[in-house]
Write a protein that binds this ligand. Structure first.
Ligand SMILES: Cc1cc2nc3c(=O)[nH]c(=O)nc-3n(C[C@H](O)[C@H](O)[C@H](O)COP(=O)(O)O)c2cc1C
Ligand code: SF4
Ligand code: SF4
Length: 265
């Protein structure tokens, strides 16, 4: 039981990096992968004595499908003394990724006190290349992470401004995500190490005859494509020669550990 609980969703570690940094600044904090709550059913124990509850996740045109489902289904404590916050990580723009979750919380009778966005590395390599200047972008992001962490520590409220003229397109995109793994292929470089199935936050990968098989409940988080040590997983013919990415402050081991255990700070 901690005074602070942060729920996160991550593919390539940006959102976990932010969750860890905020947790370090707050202290007395449980950092919990959202999918893990469905496995452990431990939500009630997490909230005794809680002061701050946060949700940290990437932008996929809006919030990831899993995050929308998670926040709408989770039983959350109410009360003026609990500070609720959201931090989204993105490549360029946050669209309505904060206000959609804000509205979900309002439907549950909960006020979102603050929402923040942090530009990190855009990881959708089916669409583009990973930036060349990762170090420079993340140095700038670190300044914002520190700023946001202090705001959360002092329980600052803020106004959430976001807009999305492409909302219909983004809704359609979100609906198409689960089965986009039909475009994935696995090359002969696969050595059957199972890392892809362990990093997948939503257990969408089964290893059959030493090779990953995708089960069409994909979030398109890109973890399997980026973190396969053999670069054996590809999106059609779009990713074969592209650089892979993991947030440099996060290890594959940490992502796997986070998928299975609550992390205490
Ligand atoms: C399917 C998908 C859609 C994305 N859409 C957006 C977007 O609309 N705007 C944006 O700025 N970044 C977008 N990104 C980039 C991610 O939000 C960004 O890389 C994020 O920091 C990844 O977080 P993670 O490392 O915790 O998984 C998208 C990435 C993926 C995989
Ligand atoms: S992570 Fe890569 S090498 Fe390991 S099982 Fe998955 S596809 Fe094969
Ligand atoms: S199958 Fe790959 S892209 Fe889809 S959710 Fe799992 S790790 Fe993410």
């Amino acid at each position: 039981m901690s005074k602070n609980v942060i729920f996160y969703f991550t593919g390539t570690g940006n959102s976990l990096k932010v969750a860890k940094d905020v947790a370090h600044v707050l202290g007395d904090c449980n950092v919990v992968s959202m999918p893990l709550v469905y496995t452990t059913h431990d939500e009630y124990n997490l909230f005794a004595d809680v002061e701050r509850i946060g949700f940290i996740y990437p932008v996929y045109g809006g919030p990831p499908n899993f995050v929308k489902k998670f926040v709408s289904e989770l039983t959350l404590p109410k009360g003026k003394n609990i500070y609720y916050f959201v931090v989204v990580t993105c490549g360029i723009f946050k669209w309505k990724s904060i206000s959609i979750i804000k509205d979900t919380l309002i439907e549950k009778g909960i006020n979102l006190n603050a929402g923040f966005s942090i530009k990190m590395i855009a990881n959708a390599i089916g669409l583009y290349n990973i930036a060349d200047n990762v170090e420079k972008i993340l140095k700038k992001a670190q300044v914002k992470i520190n700023f946001v962490s202090e705001k959360i520590k002092s329980k600052k409220n803020n106004m959430i401004f976001d807009f999305d003229p492409l909302i219909a397109l983004h809704d359609k995109f979100a609906k198409s995500l689960p089965t986009m793994d039909t475009n994935y292929n696995v090359s002969e470089n696969c050595m059957g190490c199972k890392i892809c199935s362990q990093v997948c936050p939503v257990k969408n990968i089964e290893i059959i005859h030493n090779k990953p098989v995708f089960k069409h409940t994909c979030e398109q988080c890109m973890a399997c494509i980026h973190l396969c040590p053999s670069k054996a997983i590809n999106y059609g013919n779009k990713t074969q020669n592209k650089k892979r990415y993991i947030n440099p402050d996060i290890t594959i081991k940490e992502i796997i550990n986070g998928n299975n255990n609550v992390q205490e700070y």
